[in-house]
Design a protein around this ligand. Sequence first.
Ligand SMILES: [Ca+2]
Ligand SMILES: [Ca+2]
Ligand SMILES: [Ca+2]
Ligand SMILES: [Ca+2]
Length: 432
Amino acid sequence: MKKYLFKKCLLSFILLASFRPSIADTLNIFIQNVSPGMNSVSVNRSSDINILFTQQMNESTLNEENINVSSNMSGRLPISLNYVPSTRTLIIDPQRNFSAGEDIRVTLTSGIQNFANIPITPFSYSFIAEATGGGYFSITDSIDITGNVRAGDADKDGDVDLLVGNEVDGLKVFSNDGLGHFVFTENIPLANSQFELEDYDADGDLDVLSSVDNDHVQLFLNNGIGNFSPSAISNVHLGKAGDFNNDGYPDLAYFSNGFDISININNNGTFHLSNTIAVGHECNLNCYPAADFKIEDMDNDGDLDIVVLHMTACENPFFFMGCRYVDVLKNDGQGNFTNINILSDPFPGDDGSCWEHVIFLTSLNFDNDTDMDLILSTKKISNSGDYEFQFSNMSFLYRGQRPNVFDFDGDRDLDVVYYDYVLAEFDSENEI
Ligand SMILES: [Ca+2]
Ligand SMILES: [Ca+2]
Ligand SMILES: [Ca+2]
Ligand SMILES: [Ca+2]
C-alpha cells in the first residue's frame, strides 16, 4: 500500500453478528456448493468444511497434496479428509477449532480429478470464524516501531504473536503470553523493517518475506516453533499475498509503474514476475497520488481478483480537488487479469475534505450474502454479482483494516493492534 500523506490510522472492526446460510447455484461444472458458504462471516468455530461435487470424484486425488486449508493466523492447517461417494461430498475436518475472527481460505487445486480422471477447475474461497463481544477497547501494551507490524501465531503455541519492524535492529518477534501481553523473544537481524507474514511454503507455519534491498525480497522460513532462517532471495518487490493460480502457494502482487499491478508467482519459495496489469488513470490533477488494493474473489468464480483504488488530488488552502477510481482486475483463473472499472469520482466531494479519509479501501461481506463488498471511507459499495455494484453513503467514516485484528487474549472477542505514524509507536488494544 502506498502511504503518501499517510498521517495516522486507527484500525477498527465491525463484527457482523448474524450468519445466513448461502443459497448457491452450481459454483462451477465440478462443484455444486460449499459449506460454510463463500465469504461467510460468523462461521461456527468447530465447523467442518463440506464440498459438494456435481459428479463422482476420483477419491484417491482428494488428498492433502491437492487440498489446502489456510488461516491468516497460523498458515496452513492440518486437516483430515473423508469422501462420501453416496452424497458426492468431501468432508474436510480441520484438526483444531477456528479462532475468533480467523480468516480461512480453502483451495482445491487442479490435482483433484473426477471419476473420469479429468482435472477440476482449481477453486478457492474464504470465510471468517465467529467472534463474540463488542464494546470498548483499552490499551494494554505499547511497543516502539519504525516499520511494519504483523500479527500471527509465529511460534504455533495457539496464541497470536507480533512481529515488529525496527529500522535499527531489523525485525523483532514478540511472543504472546497467552493473555494478550507481549514479550520480546528474538531478532531476525537480516530482515528489514518492511516485511509480510504468510505461510509462503504452505507447510503449516508462518514465514517472513522481507525487503532486503531496493529490488529484492528474501524469504525467512519458520522452523515450526518461531525461529526464522534466511532462505531464497527473489528479484521482485515486497507485496501483498494472494494465491492467484490456486496451487496452494501464496503469490505476490504490488504496484509498479505508478498504479499498474505486477503479479509474481511463487515457485517453491522464489517469486517470478508473471505479468503486469495496466491500470489507467484519466485525471490531470496529478499533484498527489495515492493508491491501495485488496485481493478478493469479487465474482465468486473461485479465483482471487484484485480491487484497485487509485486517486490523485491537488491541495489548495481550503480543500482537496481530485479524482478517484476503483477498478476490479478480474482473474481468468490462470493469473491473467482484465480491468473492469466500477467507480469513477471526478471530485471526491462527499468525503474529500481530508486526504486521510479517502484512501481507506476495505473489503467485507457487510450484507451477509455470498459476495464480497467494499467500503471506501464513507461510501458503501455493495456487490450484487456479475460486476453489478450499488453505491450508498454512510453517515460515518469507516477505516477498518485487516489484517491485525485477532483475538489476542483468547477470550473470543476481537482485539486490535493500531499504530500511529505520528508518534511512531503502536499500542495493542483489547476489547473489554
Ligand atoms: Ca503464539
Ligand atoms: Ca511456512
Ligand atoms: Ca500460487
Ligand atoms: Ca474471481
